[in-house]
Design a protein around this ligand. Sequence first.
Ligand code: GLY
Length: 371
Amino acid sequence: MNNLTVTTSSASYPVVVQAGALASLPAHLDALGLRGVLWLICDGAVEARYAVPLAAHLRAAGSTVHTYRVPPGDASKNPAQLGELHTWMIAGGIERRDAVLALGGGVVGDLAGFAAATILRGVAVVQMPTTLLSMVDAAVGGKTGINHPLGKNLIGAFHQPRLVLADTDTLASLPPRALREGWAEVIKHGVIRDAGLFGELEQLAEARGWSESAPGGLWDPADAALTTVLSDLIRRAVAVKVAVVSIDEFERGERITLNYGHTVGHAVEQLSRYGLLHGEAVAVGMHAEARIAQHMGICDGDLVGRQAALLHAYGLEITLPAYDVDAILALAMRDKKVQAKKIRWVLPTSVGAVQVRDDVPEELLRRVLQA
Ligand code: GLY
C-alpha cells in the first residue's frame, strides 16, 4: 500500500493515496481511536456523489455523522461562514473527542481545518481531498485558514490532520480543467525536489506523443493501466510534500521551496481576477521563475525547455499574459515570502533542486517579465 507518514514536532500521521481509499475510513478512524461524533463538511460539488455514500458507510459502521454543505468557491473562506460552522457544531453538542471530516477541494480543507483548529480550542480533523491540487498540496501539512478583505489566507492556524485520505477514484468526476491545473503542482514537486518524478512524468508524456490533451486532462477509470501509473505519480508528488513539511512544519526554511512558481503565479492569478485557476497561474509562474534563474546564471536553458515542454504536455499554458510589469512587481512585493522588503525567490538550479535568492536585480526581473 506504500502509505506515507508526516512526522513533525507536533504530530505524526498517515497520508494514504489510493484508489477507493474512502471505503477504508471507518477502519482508519478506529485505528486512530477516533470514536466520537463525526462532523462531515463538504461542498455541493461532492455532496451527492461522495459525502452522502460516505456518511451512510460510516453510519453502517456504527458512527454518528452530521453533515454540513458549504457553498462552493473561495468566497466561502470568510468569517461569517466560519461562524456558521462553529454555531452548527456548538448547537449540535460537539465534544473534544469528536472529529471534523473535510471532504472536497482546498477551500473545504482550509475552512473545515480552521473550524476544527478553533472549535473547543481544537478537535481532530481528517483531510479527504477530492481534487488533484488539494491532494498534492493543501491537504497535507496542516495549513488551515480563511481570507481577510485585505488578502487571501491571512487568518489561520497550523493544525495538522490526524489522517489524510486521498481517494484517486474521486478524480474521475473532476472537470478536465481542474485536473490539468493539479498537474502544475505535481510537476513543481518534481522540479523542486524529485528529479526521478520529473523524469517519469516526461516518460509518460513521451509515451503518449507529448500531446497536450493527454494525460493532463484525462482520468479514465476504464483505462486501469493509465490510472495506476497516474496514481503512482501523484503518490510520488505527495511524498515530496510529506518530506518537506516533515522537515519544516512552520515554514522557517525548507517549506518555502513549495512556493516555486507562486511569486509570479499569485500576482498573475490576482491580475487575471481569478480568471486563471491557481494551478494555471503557477504554471505561468514556474516558467517565468525558471527564466529568472536562467538569467541569473544558476540554471541552464535545458531546464527551462524541459519544464516548458512538460507543462505543455500536461495541458498547461506557460505564456505570461501581457500584464503591466509594475503591477506584477507590486503584487510580488506583497507576497508572504517578502522579508526586509526583499522578495525571496525560489529558483531552480537543476531538475530536482532549488535555491532561495533575495538578490535578483530589479532590472533583470523587468527584462524577463517584459520579454
Ligand atoms: N502550499 C504550500 C504549503 O503548504 O506550505
